[in-house]
Design a protein. Structure first.
Length: 437
């Protein structure tokens, strides 16, 4: 047989990622936004090809003996997108919507987020496909401990540091720390952030994301010449992020016209009592069902359509779509949630002059105080709430100003400008390390 001199058509078989995460519509949309920034930056094609894919993907089976005696096997994920700037960092989500595409997409977002606000951290995300509300306390603890054991080979205080996200909270982080420490045979508080203060957590981590959202709203309002105390606002999602953001807005004198949780929306153009709603949720297992004031409608999306100055999506992703964008009636869209706005809606809202504070900046307060927690834990010296608050505000305000500057120089949107800043830093670091030189 004679050897062919014709060039090979491809160096490799079709990308296996295409079948795993690349085919996911959520992942494709994240890459679409990344590609816009790549074009603006004229990023080297080799670097872009590397950054389009996660560095490591782990899929685990998580068996849990349920209270009725049968064993349910859940699917869990930990995806490490990039650790050029520091250890992988990102939350763990419990939701029925969790799949590999979503986790890969959120992990990539974490890389741009940590880089944008200048943290010495990379990007990762984890999750389990489960509706945590269907599980008993014991079942959810067992699930968390078994998931932790399964991902333990790739997490650690200097490698990959999980934190809370939708469906998880301080108590899950305490279980993760305890399980990981037991496996190591020594206390390892630095393996997670977002822990209860009593077990090495930081003051203000619980409030950090919601506070950060409102610090960004303050900056946007200043930029647009709006007085926050005279604004109306609506919040979609009333958990960790949404409830704190609502309290912060109310503390500035802004009027809350709508809030929603998974069970529906509460709407009142005359104004809702945010403190009373928070208290109600706290004493009713997190739900707003049965709260007396305002009209309660079954569809939570109605909160997004309320006429307001500031709209804060703070629940799940992909809620503002090409189909419903025309119903959004706000001046500032503050993305507390990760990826709430789909690409078609993003374009439409920008064309209508809505000022969008993109998720990678707007909700970066959480990971920023997670970083503070990691640093404080390493030093065994803890800062006061005031110190943390000032540092948080300063980091977000600086990043906001840099985003405006980038918008001006690149002539692009807030979202692409924020992504450009994050991507540029990762590119710089990768080159400094001799990659793609
Ligand atoms: N926690 C953090 O530090 C950070 C969170 N984020 C992002 O913020 C968002 C919210 O996270 P977090 O507050 O921690 O999550 P929580 O689990 O604390 O709260 C989620 C809230 O959203 C509601 N919700 C869930 N699904 C829907 C739905 N389909 N429609 C309306 N409301 C819904 C929940 O209602 P119910 O309680 O009734 O189920 C709950 O009120 C997520 O996108 C997350 O990725 C971003 C950065 C950091
Ligand atoms: O606090 C962290 O480390 C990560 C929070 C997170 O998951 C996010 O910002 O989306």
């Amino acid at each position: 047989m004679t050897e062919s001199t014709a060039p090979r058509r491809s160096y490799r078989a079709p990308d296996p990622g295409e079948h795993l995460w690349g085919a996911s519509p959520i992942y494709r949309r994240t890459v679409e936004n990344f590609n816009k920034a790549v074009e603006v930056l004229k990023l080297d094609a080799n670097v872009a090809a590397r950054l389009r894919r996660p560095e490591r993907v782990l899929v685990v089976s998580v068996p849990v003996r349920m209270d009725d005696g049968h064993v349910e096997v859940f699917t869990g994920y930990r995806v490490q997108h990039n650790d050029s700037c520091g250890p992988y960092k990102g939350g763990i989500r419990y939701s029925v919507d969790v799949d590999l595409g979503e986790v890969c997409s959120l992990a990539m977002q974490m890389t741009w987020k940590t880089a944008l606000v200048g943290l010495p951290l990379g990007g990762a995300k984890g999750g389990v496909s489960v509706d945590p509300r269907m599980l008993s306390y014991r079942e959810v603890q067992d699930l968390t401990r078994r998931y932790t054991s399964e991902i333990s080979p790739i997490i650690g205080p200097e490698t990959d540091i999980p934190a809370p996200d939708m469906g998880t909270s301080e108590r899950h982080m305490a279980w993760i720390m305890d399980t990981y420490s037991a496996r190591q045979g020594k206390l390892s508080q630095g393996v997670v952030t977002g822990k209860p203060v009593d077990v090495g957590g930081s003051l203000l981590r619980r409030e950090a994301t919601g506070k950060g959202v409102v610090y960004c709203i303050d900056e946007a309002a200043k930029h647009l010449g709006i007085d926050v105390s005279k604004t109306t606002f609506a919040v979609h999602g009333f958990g960790n992020v949404g409830s704190v953001a609502a309290l912060e807005m109310a503390a500035r004198g802004a009027k809350c016209v709508a809030v929603a949780d998974v069970g529906g929306a509460l709407i009142d153009p005359r104004g809702l009592d945010v403190a009373a709603i928070v208290k109600y949720a706290e004493t009713h297992n997190g739900t707003l069902d049965g709260f007396a004031d305002g009209s309660r409608v079954a569809d939570p999306l109605q909160a997004l359509y309320a006429k307001c100055d500031v709209l804060i999506p703070a629940a799940t992703g992909n809620v503002i779509t090409g189909e419903n964008a025309h119903k959004i009636d706000c001046r500032i869209l503050a993305e507390g949630a990760n990826a709430p706005t789909m690409v078609a809606a993003d374009t439409e809202l920008q064309n209508r002059g809505v000022f969008i504070i993109p998720d990678v900046l707007c909700n970066a307060g959480g990971v920023t105080v997670s970083y503070f927690e990691w640093v404080q834990g390493g030093m065994h010296f803890f800062w006061s709430a005031d110190e943390i608050d000032q540092r948080l505000r300063s980091i977000l305000t600086t990043a906001f100003a840099r985003m405006l500057e980038e918008m001006k120089t690149s002539g692009t949107s807030t979202r692409v400008a924020a992504l450009c800043l994050g991507i540029k830093r990762v590119d710089r670091v990768m080159r400094a390390r001799g990659l793609f030189a």
